[in-house]
Design a protein around this ligand. Structure first.
Ligand code: FCB
Length: 442
């Protein structure tokens, strides 16, 4: 890679990201059942019905995995804390083994000079809470805040940063309207409620974290560059609606205390009564914004189907193993849009960006190296254009459990053999380590 650490501002953080259910091995250490276990156990939801029971066995290999981050010269590690591991019933008595695990994880980061960036919720909702309606139940706001109090009460004195929720769009829309993620609902009323409750849970958790004295708190949102499939008026309108649902709903609630009209058009009839009363707590200040960015969507209007009356069609550029179009300009556009329209000079982190690619002989990985380099260039350009971007976390450190796609899609800098669980750094790991270490600029 031509770019190196020297091209980025002093103090810019280089790291990698993971999430608990995708790597830990959920069957170990007294974790309770979560909605991903039962979703995966239902035919047709996940490729080969794979689940996170073993995953990368990070639960037992955590020290060696932290060594991989340190040996790449990384500054920071973004991980998540599993709700069902800490509170197997979702509420009530904590699992001492689970708390001990995160305690060791945080100490393990600090011993290696890695700043711990915690995400409180990255999707493993305890089954006991999904039995009560999960994200469709307004009480989820207090449930999440209570969980935050337990886990941050234990590790909050040592973590560098705390994000409340990873990707509310996936928690709400992908899981309750598209039905692709647990709990797999396809219901506009459930989706609208989840779309609001996830914001409410963020706000309630922020309040609790502030009460506990934390001052480096924020949220991680996902964004997709969104383009109309053609210049027909119907496609332009459909793309604007998708942009409102995917890219504006959450940040507008947090930064401005309102929801975009294009999304309210379809969702308002299904929102919980009195939702307006929650907007003040939702829009309290945050200390940073996490941006996850992967691809661009081309949106086409579809006549004769209910709102939002559209579908996503293939774009012209090269695709990753996920079929996601590679479009680095969209990262630049997202970052500059965030600072211009929503958060001003607030610190922004790219908390996820990466790509899936099949195994290659000798883990050559040239496509991924090129992908990282082009997205680093996009970040570099956004900084030059005035965005207060303070760090980049590659998704992901390891090949892992890619949700409904099981173990097939490989996002890692480090290859995992899912028979032996052996880790082998790919060429992209070495290329990024080299870029992080080099003091000469491009
Ligand atoms: C994001 C998720 C992460 C991973 C990547 C590929 O939406 O946050 O867990 O699945 O996509």
């Amino acid at each position: 890679m031509k770019l190196s650490r020297a091209d980025f501002p002093q103090g810019f953080q280089f790291g990698a990201a993971t999430a608990a259910y995708q790597i830990e091995g959920h069957r170990f250490g007294g974790a309770g059942p979560c909605h991903w276990d039962s979703f995966a156990a239902t035919p047709g939801n996940v490729i080969r019905a794979e689940d996170g029971a073993l995953a990368c066995d990070h639960y037992h290999r955590m020290e060696a995995d932290l060594d991989l981050l340190r040996d790449a010269g990384m500054d920071a590690y973004r991980f998540s804390t599993s709700w069902a591991r800490v509170l197997p019933e979702g509420r009530g008595t904590p699992n001492a083994e689970g708390l001990d695990f995160y305690d060791r994880l945080v100490d393990g980061c600090l011993e290696r000079g890695l700043k711990p960036y915690q995400t409180i919720y990255h999707w493993e909702l305890p089954s006991a809470l999904s039995d009560l309606g999960g994200w469709t139940n307004p009480d989820v706001a207090d449930w999440l805040a209570d969980f935050a109090e337990v886990i941050c009460g234990r590790i909050g004195d040592r973590v560098h940063s705390i994000a409340t929720i990873n990707e509310p769009w996936c928690v709400a829309w992908l899981s309750h309207f598209i039905g692709h993620h647990a709990p797999g609902l396809r219901d506009i009323r459930a989706a609208a409620r989840a779309m609001h409750h996830v914001n409410k849970a963020h706000g309630r958790t922020m309040t609790r974290l502030r009460d506990m004295g934390h001052d480096t708190c924020g949220i991680v949102l996902n964004f997709e560059a969104t383009a109309p499939a053609s210049d027909a008026a119907a496609d332009i309108r459909a793309a604007a609606t998708q942009d409102a649902i995917n890219n504006r709903w959450f940040i507008e609630a947090i930064a401005k205390g309102s929801y975009p009209a294009e999304a309210l058009e379809g969702l308002e009839p299904h929102l919980p009564r009195g939702w307006q009363d929650d907007m003040a707590e939702i829009s309290q200040p945050i200390d940073f914004l996490g941006v996850n960015y992967y691809t661009r969507n081309h949106v086409q209007a579809v006549e004769g189907v209910p709102w939002p009356s559209s579908t996503v069609v293939d774009g012209p550029r090269d695709k990753t193993q996920m079929g996601w179009e590679i479009f680095p300009e969209g990262l630049h556009g997202t970052l500059t849009r965030m600072s211009r329209d929503y958060v001003g000079d607030l610190p922004i982190f790219v908390t996820e960006n990466g790509m899936a690619w099949p195994e290659e002989p000798d883990h050559a990985d040239g496509v991924r190296i090129d992908f990282i380099e082009r997205h680093l260039q996009a970040m570099h350009a956004a900084i030059a254009d005035g965005t207060n971007l303070q760090g980049f976390f590659y998704w992901s450190l390891l090949d892992n459990y890619e949700w409904a796609f099981g173990y097939e899609k490989r996002f890692g800098l480090v290859h995992v053999d899912f028979d032996t669980l052996e880790r082998t750094p790919k060429a992209s790991y070495h290329a990024l380590a080299d870029a992080i270490a080099r003091k000469d600029g491009a």
